[in-house]
Ligand binder design. Structure first.
Ligand code: NDP
Length: 509
């Protein structure tokens, strides 16, 4: 572009700016004048460039793409965006770490957020998942406690392994997720080389009113790939933004990452008698019980143009569920239905749904109005319902997708236990049946490395018991590693059959 073609600098009110170089002063050496509106505006706006970072999932990256239906699922759901094989819906997917701040390194050991916004014809559908099918806790009343234990301590402003193991060992329902976290899946090589899971159980309803409980699994077509603990740590120093750069550069060179959507589908009536409580977020549904079926694919093929506008201002909320899809009795999910929109109102303002990245492609006709930074208005449309003046009316053909609750008392209580529910059974299965010898060695050495870094002997004893509850061999190897007698990495035995799995001992349920 030639100099003559370049636009003039202006104030934010569009008034041509006199200079990009010099403030308005009294003589060349004199004081700066308050009437230099251009410079005052520049400084004031700079001071307001940041919005509060997300309390969790602060550091991330994202891309645009599409979701395409590849299998007819109309027998399970009437959701419009899933109504036809070949139908494509634009998506925006944000990856993130959980505990670190906005500028923190990408490759640290942490779960990864996997938050998808589908811009459907029936409004935004947000599936706000992680790269693990499970979570640390099953009741939202513990969420802030859990996060406080992971983030910086009030006195030192340092993260504390002591606090993390204290919380985990006092919360045995965390054992399954901590097993994932301490395995090599806790350090994915790239965002492209990991799966994404809806994690929660959701409710699907078809056009005939038949209901199904479902779980979403986005399987990476690139294949799972992970860093070892040492590789992940060295990448923290080498390229702290490694995942962000990898995603951006892959898409920029036309290498669009893809995921296959596989669904687990449980007939509605199976839930009460299923061997695990199907709504407990610390449990998976074993694939043998409900084999995943492939129903679609998701491709990310367009980078954001502006990080702040698209990634930092993106607001995902599990409460954005479209007709044909509903929540389930998963208590964590129900807590998140409130928590996400609440944090967005605080972080980016009450009209965050009008920001371009969050604005639905579907038309909006609501009676909500005004407030800070309101941008779109409904003109002189009636401002209340019901009204006699042609304002929007709710359409009864889009009922909520819900389940029934019969005459129960209000209580503060754990979930009812299903026949095989306990906190250590599924991580025990992971250890014994799924992990390779190398996976097991790495899991043990990662646990030992973490639990021997500024963790007191009292808590270390609880760490050993926690892993012994998962599997006695795993516990023995962790104990040896912590004691420094083994390093935990030698025995490749797949674990013993006599671990207390299934005993219900200290299940905390
Ligand atoms: P399966 O043998 O049918 O499936 C095991 C699954 O584990 C695999 O399909 C894979 O799912 C996942 N997996 C493979 N390697 C690893 C690894 N190194 N770390 C973590 N996950 C891995 O068994 P089940 O379905 O009966 O589950 C057995 C255990 O597997 C569970 O207790 C759970 O710990 C774990 N698991 C189960 C999942 C499920 O939804 N059923 C999902 C993930 C793990 P994927 O491709 O989704 O990663």
């Amino acid at each position: 572009m030639s100099d003559s073609e370049r636009p003039h600098t202006t104030t934010d009110a569009g008034i041509p700016a006199p200079s990009d170089e010099h403030s308005l002063t009294v003589g060349p050496n004199g004081p700066i004048l308050l009437q230099d509106h251009y410079v005052v505006q520049k400084m004031a706006q700079f001071n307001r460039e940041r919005v509060p970072e997300r309390v969790v999932h602060a550091k991330g990256g994202a891309a645009h793409g599409f979701f395409e239906v590849t299998e007819d699922v109309t027998q399970y759901t009437k959701a419009d965006f899933l109504s036809q094989v070949g139908k494509r819906t634009p998506v925006f997917l944000r990856f993130s770490t959980v505990a670190g701040e906005l500028g923190s390194a990408d490759t640290v050991r942490d779960p990864r957020g996997f938050a998808i916004k589908f811009y459907t014809d029936h409004g935004n559908y947000d599936l706000v998942g992680n790269n693990t099918p499970i979570f640390f806790i099953r009741d939202p009343s513990k969420f802030s406690d859990f996060i406080h234990s992971q983030k910086r301590m009030p006195d030192t402003n340092l993260r504390s392994n002591e606090a993390q193991w204290d919380f985990w060992t006092l919360s045995p329902e965390s054992a399954h997720q901590v097993s994932f976290l301490m395995s090599d899946r806790g350090t994915p090589r790239t965002w492209r080389n990991q799966n994404g899971y809806g994690s929660h159980t959701f409710l699907w309803e078809n056009a005939g009113g038949e209901k199904f409980w479902v779980k979403y699994h986005f399987k990476t077509v690139q294949g799972i790939d992970t860093f070892s603990d040492a590789e992940a740590k060295s990448m923290v120093a080498e390229e702290p933004d490694f995942h962000l750069r990898d995603l951006f550069e892959s898409i920029a060179k036309g290498d669009a990452p893809e995921w296959r959507l596989e669904m687990q589908i449980m007939p509605f009536a199976d839930a009460p008698d299923y061997r695990f409580n199907p709504f407990d977020l610390t449990k998976v549904w074993p694939h043998g019980d409900y084999p995943p079926i492939t129903i679609g694919r998701m491709v990310l093929d367009r980078n954001p143009e502006n990080y702040f506008a698209e990634v930092e201002q993106a607001a995902f909320e599990p409460a954005n569920l479209v007709p044909g899809i509903g929540p389930s009795p998963d208590k964590m999910l129900l807590g998140r239905l409130f928590s996400y929109p609440d944090t967005h109102r605080y972080r980016i303002g009450p009209n965050y749904l009008q920001l371009p990245i969050n604005r639905p492609k579907a038309e909006v006709h609501s009676y909500n109005k005004d407030g800070a930074m309101r941008y779109s208005h409904a003109g002189n449309q009636p401002v209340y319902a019901p009204n006699s003046f042609g304002g929007p009316r709710a359409d009864g053909s889009f009922p909520d997708t819900t389940w029934g609750v019969e005459g129960a008392e209000m209580v503060r209580h754990a979930y009812t236990l299903h026949s095989e529910d306990d906190d250590f059974g599924q991580p025990g299965t992971l250890w014994r049946k799924v992990l390779s010898d190398t996976d097991r060695e790495h899991l043990v050495s990662n646990i030992v490395g973490h639990a021997t870094t500024k963790v007191s002997p009292e808590i270390q004893q609880r760490v050993v018991q926690y892993w012994t509850n998962v599997d006695s061999d795993l516990g023995a190897r962790v104990a040896a590693g912590i004691a420094g007698t083994d390093g935990g990495a030698t025995s490749a035995n797949g674990g013993s059959a006599d671990s207390p799995v299934g005993t219900g001992a200290s299940t905390g349920l």
